[in-house]
Design a protein around this ligand. Structure first.
Ligand SMILES: C[S@@+](CC[C@H](N)C(=O)[O-])C[C@H]1O[C@@H](n2cnc3c(N)ncnc32)[C@H](O)[C@@H]1O
Length: 249
């Protein structure tokens, strides 16, 4: 374990003084965390947006736009979301996010990257015209400020300290990206606001088997004392892959 506090999902209401009690499916309560599903974290995040009601939300890592949808559909926030334009590259040089097109696939968006192989045609799902395609298709572009950049190169000088009410850290999962995005979020989220990290699960069996969690947990664990200086509360929601931090003054 990491030294971070644990809060049962049913206790988020008390921690954050919400009126509504979360509705969390029984199948997720017994599911092993090494086989976690995004639907469960989606429910927790939607509950959070519906009750915390940020006006300005920041997301690191747009991908196809599901993270934006769960915020704009639950509250009135405007969302700033950042994604590297060319898509994430794996250490071996391959695409980090792609899918094989099938008869059921949406038609390719304009300006999207595709690759013909013996298996069929692959679409890269986190680059160029694919970035944020779900929120655009659903008509939410008017509530979204899309930034195309590697978050390590994002120039945030125009944003005053505490500009955002909430931030969701879900971009690159390598240690240097997690560190950069955390430091940006700490400066940019107001006192009393929330920073939420995805891919945080402190169980050793999860960090051993699920690569995306390894550096997130590693960074938080190694910098816990420093982070405690920026947050009044830091807690893992059990069961989830979510870490919540309440910003201090
Ligand atoms: C896990 S996905 C994001 C999922 C999205 N937040 C959601 O809830 O649906 C991670 C995304 O981060 C992007 N990404 C990876 N490294 C990045 C970096 N250094 N800067 C900006 N975006 C990055 C990837 O291209 C990918 O689209």
């Amino acid at each position: 374990m990491t030294g971070v506090d644990t809060v049962p999902v049913d206790e988020i209401r008390r921690e954050l003084s919400f009126d509504e009690q979360i509705s969390f499916a029984s199948e997720w309560r017994t599911r092993p965390l090494r086989e976690w599903v995004m639907d469960a974290d989606d429910a927790t995040l939607r509950y959070l947006f519906r009750n915390f009601r940020p006006r300005r939300h920041l997301e690191f890592g747009t991908w196809q736009g599901d993270g934006v949808l769960r915020c704009v559909e639950e509250c009135d926030a405007t969302v700033w979301t950042i994604n590297v334009l060319e898509g994430e590259v794996r250490p071996d040089g391959g695409w980090a996010y792609g899918e094989l097109e099938t008869a059921e696939s949406d038609p390719p968006t304009p300006w999207s990257e595709r690759l013909s192989t013996n298996d069929g045609v692959w679409a890269r799902t986190d680059s160029y015209g694919q970035i944020g395609r779900k929120y655009l298709k659903a008509g939410w572009g008017k509530r979204v400020c899309q930034i195309y950049a590697d978050s390590r190169d994002w120039d945030t000088r125009a944003y005053p300290d505490g500009f955002f009410d909430t931030a969701f850290i879900d971009g690159g999962h390598a240690a240097d990206v997690v560190e950069n995005d955390t430091r940006q979020a700490v400066r940019l989220v107001r006192a009393g606001g929330l920073v939420i990290w995805h891919d945080f699960c402190p169980l050793e069996e999860v960090t051993r088997q699920c690569e995306s969690t390894r550096d997130v947990v590693g960074f938080i664990t190694a910098h816990l004392e420093e982070l405690r200086g920026s947050f009044t509360r830091l807690f893992w929601v059990e069961p989830s892959w979510l870490l919540f931090g309440i910003r201090s003054n």
